[in-house]
Design a protein around this ligand. Structure first.
Ligand SMILES: [Fe+2]
Length: 206
């Protein structure tokens, strides 16, 4: 069984960037529904028994993949955000890579926001590092994660499904993404950059 992970902050702690109603629907309804759906598959599919969340993502398709990947994506999203505006900074190593690969932190923000705004329909925008630690900004559709097919490891993501921002921002995805950028947990992003593997979110598996 998988369980809904505990948020690293109170549901009200990201306000006014994300207010309690937005957080409640997103976390307690949408994220929880993916957990409940995957647990139903676990009840009936013996091949899933004992697998980590990442192993399920890398070995499944269809509804099992969609629900497992959405659990991973949402957990990763929550941990990438910080409750206090701009209170953390990228590590020296990460900042050097940002300057090398994008020119500046502001240029990375512009690229990330642009990629998120132009993602058609539902999906995710990501900052990732490839196997040579080169930074890339990519978007994925629906539940897709970047790291299937030996793709890059995620460092940070923003949910651009409408359910992620519509309560607080209506159709203003640009404003949501620009405000997201001032609430990044750079300690989390820097740790993911220093790691050589995809972040393990096994803690959700009990
Ligand atoms: Fe979402």
């Amino acid at each position: 069984m998988f369980k809904l992970p505990t948020l690293p902050y109170a549901k009200t702690a990201l306000a006014p960037f994300l207010n309690e109603e937005q957080m409640t629907f997103h976390y307690e309804k949408h994220h929880k529904a993916y957990i409940d759906n995957l647990n139903k598959f676990l009840d009936t599919d013996a091949s899933l028994k004992g697998k980590s969340l990442e192993e399920i993502i890398l070995s499944s398709t269809g509804g099992i993949f969609n629900n497992a990947a959405q659990i991973w994506n949402h957990t990763f999203y929550w941990f990438g955000m910080n409750t206090a505006n701009n209170s953390t900074k990228p590590s020296e190593k990460l900042l050097s890579a940002i300057v090398k690969d994008f020119g500046s932190l502001d240029a990375l923000k512009a690229k990330f926001v642009e990629e998120g705004v132009k993602t058609f329909g539902s999906g995710w925008v990501w900052l990732c590092a490839d196997k040579n630690d080169k930074l890339v900004v990519v978007s994925t559709s629906n539940a897709q994660v970047p790291f299937t097919n030996s793709g890059p490891r995620p460092l940070l993501t923003a949910d651009v499904w409408e359910h992620a921002y519509y309560v607080d921002y209506r159709n203003l995805r640009l404003k949501y993404l620009e405000t997201f950028w001032s609430h990044i947990n750079w300690n989390f992003v820097s740790e993911n950059y220093s790691s050589t593997s995809v972040k393990s979110l096994h803690a959700a598996h009990i």
